[in-house]
Design a protein around this ligand. Structure first.
Ligand code: ADP
Length: 485
């Protein structure tokens, strides 16, 4: 089976969040189980051209866009483990400092940019003679692909028989644009209805994927159920409920090449479940990195991520003053929305001996936090899967999480299940529940044998990609059956 994984970001080429980790690792994991996966993404300025040598993957394309044409070129390179990566080049759209926008907002032409991307992929498939059995599309930036496959390109040999799978990585980002952007896509106004592309008067690109793909999936079983309800559906719960028979939840694996404490080059010393001694060196290194020297008895609590409402930052702000009085050191790495950056930095300035903040995107430091912290905090308002809590489990860093989405599927509360617990969880999105969970974790820390038991159980869990890749392969089979194959 040949699969083309399409995504707006893919490790090792471009990344702003978990989407890139997942699409990069999944492609490789599919190859390892015998599925011939390749991937396609835009050629951004930030892709490292010294590291990847690019060759042309076909003649230049003239890509229809509204009532004009835009030039595009597809180049290819090796992504590792046999995966070919195809990158869509167009300077006007992708030769920019960032992937989606600046701190002051999204690029104004994002609809045009990602419409171009999808249309270029379709044109390339048709003209290059490449055949894929499955187009696996991810999030709104690639959601037009399943729509094109069943409309403008439905008669093309390269496309007709291909099954489409659309995976939701985050329903909070839907690709909502003014209705006057519709003609750019080449799709007709007859599709601009609430059943298809319209969302309260706007064009919703995510819906193109939800309506037209043969099979839908999201990145954890709990999130696949949550998004059918108004609390988590972001207004699309009705569409998702209607398609519930075709909607699956597959938990993300993690890339063992990138995240493995036994051979992580970015951390101070390797360690494993059998020999935890290296974790001490990682802890000291982390404390020094954040400006603290000398012995520290209290646990170190880490947090890494985008500073957005999704990640529970208003809860963190609410408990900030209280947290600074607890026997704990807090290290936070993140960047994102200005108001959260300011609120979090203020805590650091006010309580420098307790809370230390780094506003940055820093992969090396993210690894050091996962390795060196004792506790990891993830109080998300919603969390489709979440990767950091899984990295934490693997690095023996006990997670405190809100019981939602993938967090609910990966962390077991150690008070509720003393034999099986791997972390601490709380249910309601509420500052008191969060501080109670933190208190329970701090109490457990003082009981060393118990704490070590939790750490070992966490590290025992298997979140390798194999089982998830096999679950995706099963979805591809279902999609093919829908195509009568
Ligand atoms: P999301 O995809 O919602 O951002 P995930 O937990 O699924 O959240 O994945 C986030 C990924 O991005 C992880 O690999 C995490 O380490 C990384 N990441 C997020 N923010 C930063 C940052 N400021 N510095 C380094 N890595 C980060």
């Amino acid at each position: 089976m040949k699969v083309l994984v399409a995504s707006s970001e893919i490790v090792p080429f471009a990344k702003t969040g978990g989407l890139a980790d997942v699409t990069g690792a999944l492609s490789k994991a599919l190859r390892r189980i015998g599925v011939e996966a390749d991937c396609v993404l835009p050629l951004y300025r930030t892709v490292d051209r010294d590291r990847f040598s690019m060759t042309s993957a076909g003649p230049p394309l003239r890509v229809p866009l509204g009532n004009r044409e835009e030039a595009g070129v597809i180049v290819e390179t090796e992504a590792g483990d046999g995966v070919r990566a195809f990158l869509v080049r167009n300077e006007r759209y992708f030769d920019r400092e960032f992937l989606y926008g600046t701190k002051d907002g999204e690029y104004a032409d994002n609809c045009e940019r990602f419409t171009f991307f999808c249309r270029a992929v379709m044109e390339w498939l048709v003209r290059s003679g490449r055949r894929y059995d499955i187009l696996h599309c991810n999030d709104w930036q690639t959601a037009l692909l399943p729509a094109y496959a069943r409309t403008l390109y439905s008669q093309e040999d390269a496309i007709r028989q291909a099954g489409t799978v659309f995976t939701i990585h985050n329903l909070g980002y839907q690709g909502l644009f003014p209705n006057y952007d519709l003609p750019l896509t080449g799709l007709g106004w007859e599709l601009f209805t609430p059943k298809v592309l319209e969302f309260y008067g706007k064009l919703n690109l995510m819906k193109a994927g939800l309506v037209f793909a043969d099979i839908l999936s999201t990145v954890s079983p709990t999130y696949s159920r949550e998004i059918q309800t108004p609390e988590y559906g972001h207004g699309l719960e009705g569409v998702l409920y209607e398609r519930r028979e075709d909607l699956y939840g597959i938990i993300n694996g993690i890339d063992d090449d990138e995240w493995n404490p036994a051979r992580d080059p970015l951390i101070a010393a390797p360690f494993s479940r059998e020999d935890l001694s290296g974790k001490k060196a990682c802890r000291a290194d982390l404390l020094a990195e954040f400006g603290w020297t000398g012995p520290v008895e209290e646990p170190v609590m880490g947090m890494v991520g985008r500073l957005t409402a999704q990640k529970g930052l208003d809860l963190l702000s609410e408990i900030g003053e209280w947290l600074a009085r607890q026997p704990v050191r807090v290290v936070i790495l993140g960047f994102g929305e200005r108001n959260y950056e300011e609120a979090i930095s203020e805590l650091g300035v006010k309580y420098p001996e307790r809370i230390s903040v780094r506003l940055a995107y820093d992969d090396r430091l993210a690894h050091k936090i996962e390795a060196g912290a004792d506790i990891y905090l993830m109080p998300s308002r919603y969390e489709p899967c979440g990767l950091n809590q899984i990295y934490s489990l693997k690095y023996g860093t006990v997670p405190i999480v809100r019981r939602t989405g993938g967090l609910a599927d990966t962390v077991v509360d150690a008070d509720e299940d003393p034999q099986g617990g791997t972390g601490f969880t709380f249910q309601r999105y509420d500052a008191e529940e969060l501080s109670a969970a933190v208190s329970r974790a701090l109490a457990a820390w003082t009981d060393r044998p118990r704490w070590e038991g939790i750490v070992r159980r966490a590290m025992e869990k298997d979140y390798s990609w194999g089982p998830s890749a096999r679950a995706y392969a099963a979805l591809y089979e279902k999609a093919l059956r829908k195509r009568g194959r």
